[in-house]
Design a protein around this ligand. Structure first.
Ligand SMILES: [Zn+2]
Length: 262
């Protein structure tokens, strides 16, 4: 649902932090999504869903909910993220008293201006599954790139996209994450150190490695130096930026980390 106002990302983060604090979670392995759901009044059931990845049915005032996840959601990190996302809808009182049904498209809504409640549920989920203090402990002496993002996704058992967003939020290098689908930029998120604007909805420049995936079916797996104006609107054609991209063939999408540092 688009309301025309900005998603309340800070409010969503605060709610997730309350849960982490109340349950005294101090290690990544303590984040049991089923236990968190149980404390929130939600029972998790796998299977029995078609046409959606997750569904939350919440009875108003009864403080009880049934949270269903499609049986074939894999790997485990995707399932955990789907449950955490639905818990976000529950804890943030989205559409209280009615059923919430979410798809892969909702789990990919990370950009202000997309569906606000979905963005808030995603922000809640990433804060819940990857608490700031625990993530920061993983970031010492690491170089930006998808290798550290993959390590985060493994350590916290969540999705690569959520881990990439958490990474750029908490690292101290000028970085952005870009999600492209069907050869177009769907959204990007950048940290305050990153200067420049990436055009949403625009076609990928043929000078990007992300574009290679859509045109040839493969793309370099390494961090590569590319022309900055291939990504950044109005950048000088003489400056460069680093890009590392990873394709999700199942969704015909590419996740890219941009690093504007040395
Ligand atoms: Zn949702």
């Amino acid at each position: 649902m688009t309301t025309g106002i900005q998603a309340d990302e800070f409010g969503a983060k605060l709610k997730a932090r309350e849960v982490i604090k109340r349950l005294r979670i101090r290690r990544a392995e303590d984040i049991s999504i089923e236990e968190i759901a149980w404390v929130a009044g939600a029972i998790v059931i796998d299977g029995g869903l078609q046409g959606a990845e997750a569904r939350l049915v919440h009875s108003p005032g009864a403080d009880k909910a049934i949270l269903r996840v499609r049986g074939d959601v894999a790997p485990s990190g995707r399932r955990r993220f789907a449950i955490a996302h639905e818990l976000g809808h529950l804890k943030l009182n989205h559409r209280a008293g009615s059923a919430t049904q979410c798809s892969e498209k909702d789990f990919s809504a990370w950009y202000q201006g997309q569906k606000n409640q979905e963005v808030e549920a995603n922000i809640f989920a990433s804060e819940l599954l990857m608490p700031e203090g625990l993530v920061k402990a993983h970031l010492t002496r690491t170089l930006p790139g998808l290798e550290v993002v993959e390590r985060l996704a493994n350590s916290f058992d969540t999705t690569l996209t959520a881990s990439a967003i958490r990474y750029i939020e908490l690292c101290d290098e000028p970085c952005a994450v870009v999600y492209s689908s069907n050869q177009k930029v769907c959204w990007f998120r950048a940290n305050p150190l990153f200067r420049g604007w990436i055009k949403i909805g625009g076609p990928l420049s043929p000078n990007t490695h992300a574009s290679d995936y859509f045109t040839t079916g493969t793309a370099s797996q390494r961090m590569e130096i590319v022309r900055k104006d291939a990504w950044i609107d109005g950048a000088s054609d003489r400056s460069t930026i680093k890009e590392q991209s990873r394709a999700f063939p199942r969704y015909n999408s590419v996740l890219t980390i941009l690093w504007a540092g040395d």
